[in-house]
Design a protein around this ligand. Structure first.
Ligand SMILES: C[S@@+](CC[C@H](N)C(=O)[O-])C[C@H]1O[C@@H](n2cnc3c(N)ncnc32)[C@H](O)[C@@H]1O
Length: 211
């Protein structure tokens, strides 16, 4: 069985998720890029937040709120999600979708360049126990570096699109996004502050735990 068939089989096991399907429809109707996290990794995000008991979750790259809902679904008690998004219009749809999913009281979408938002969080002395890094790939290594500064022992760091649609491992593709995601993956794999793995289904996902 090749990996595409494996993904097809895995997805066939799960009933349609009407809430997330509505989010995907809203993204399509708004003419936004259809690049939300894959359904299987969305379910994984929920499980990881749930299993780690993360109370402060930081997402970098909100788009229409699909992964935000997956992350928020895993929160318990006083757990909160902060999602960083460059575009006001995308942030607006993400807020709307998070609200419709019942997470308005525990999710905030903050507009602005993620690097600047991360620096402000650092200045404010904030710390997080879960990161989902899923914005532009050019700055992925810088997002990781900031995440490490905002982390504490046991913090989980997840990165989407480890393969970047094949560009990550195509030696002929040396665009800034391909270089960024390669450096990110390499750092996730070998930074002495992290223990990690790379899941090779869908477009690849890296998961690390801060030592
Ligand atoms: C792959 S999409 C995020 C998908 C979303 N995490 C999901 O799975 O539902 C990447 C998002 O990052 C945002 N983005 C790109 N550059 C950014 C930056 N410098 N700061 C903050 N967000 C950025 C884009 O506008 C886009 O919404």
């Amino acid at each position: 069985m090749d990996s595409d068939n494996g993904v097809w089989y895995a997805e066939s096991l799960y009933p349609p998720d009407e809430q997330l399907q509505r989010v995907l429809n809203s993204i399509r109707e708004s003419g936004m890029p259809e690049i939300s996290v894959s359904p299987g990794y969305g379910r994984l995000l929920t499980l990881l937040v749930q299993m780690t008991g993360a109370r402060s979750v930081l997402e970098i790259g909100a788009l229409g709120g699909y992964s935000g809902i997956c992350l928020a679904r895993g929160l318990t008690g006083e757990g909160r999600l902060l999602s960083l998004e460059l575009r006001e219009d995308y942030a607006g749809l993400a807020r709307e979708n998070l609200q419709q999913a019942g997470f308005a009281d525990r999710a905030e979408v903050r507009v602005g360049d993620a690097l600047k938002s991360l620096d402000s969080l650092l200045e404010a002395g904030e710390r997080f126990d879960f990161f989902f890094i899923d914005a532009d790939k050019v700055h992925a290594p810088e997002y990781l570096e900031r995440a490490l500064l905002l982390a504490k022992p046991g913090t989980i760091i997840v990165g989407d699109n480890a393969f970047y649609h094949g560009k990550a491992y195509n030696p002929e593709n040396n665009g800034p996004g391909a270089i960024g995601i390669r450096r990110f993956n390499e750092r996730m794999a070998s930074d002495p502050r992290l223990e990690s793995t790379l899941l090779p289904a869908y477009d690849g996902m890296t998961i690390a735990r801060v030592k």
